[in-house]
Structure formats: C-alpha cells, structure tokens
Design a protein around this ligand. Structure first.
Ligand SMILES: [Cu+2]
Length: 74
C-alpha cells in the first residue's frame, strides 16, 4: 500500500467554479498527484500525492500556465 503525502497551496486569482476546475485539472496533470481539492473561498488547493512531493517549479508553472498566481506551498 502506498503512503500518500499532502500539501496545501495558496493560489490567487480564482473567482468561480470554472477556475476551480481549471486549477484542479492542471494539478491532476502533474506526475504523482493523486487527488486535488480546491477551496475557492480560501484560495487554496489541497493535494495528495504519491511518494515524493512533486517538484515545486512544476507546481508553480502548472498554476501560472493555467492563468493563476502561485502564492505559497505548505
Ligand atoms: Cu473562474
């Protein structure tokens, strides 16, 4: 059984459910990411991923490419 790890990403610029879906799809497209839950009000995405944390630059660029602003990663 694989251990899942978690991260919380703050994202600026999401304003509706369409944005939520765009961000979710962008995150799910990254290798190793197995679950994404976006909270529109809080402007954050909670990720679950396998083994090592996905590359920070990869996460950032996925968010920026989708048209949003990466704020922080916890
Ligand atoms: Cu939107």
């Amino acid at each position: 059984m694989k251990m899942l790890k978690k991260a919380k990403i703050k994202i600026d610029g999401m304003s509706c459910q369409h944005c939520v879906k765009t961000v979710t799809d962008a995150m799910m497209g990254i290798d190793g990411v197995s679950q994404v839950k976006v909270n529109l009000k809080k402007g954050e995405a909670r990720l679950k991923f396998e083994q090592d944390r996905p590359d920070l630059e990869q996460l950032k660029s996925a968010i920026v490419t989708a048209g949003f602003e990466f704020v922080s990663l916890k």
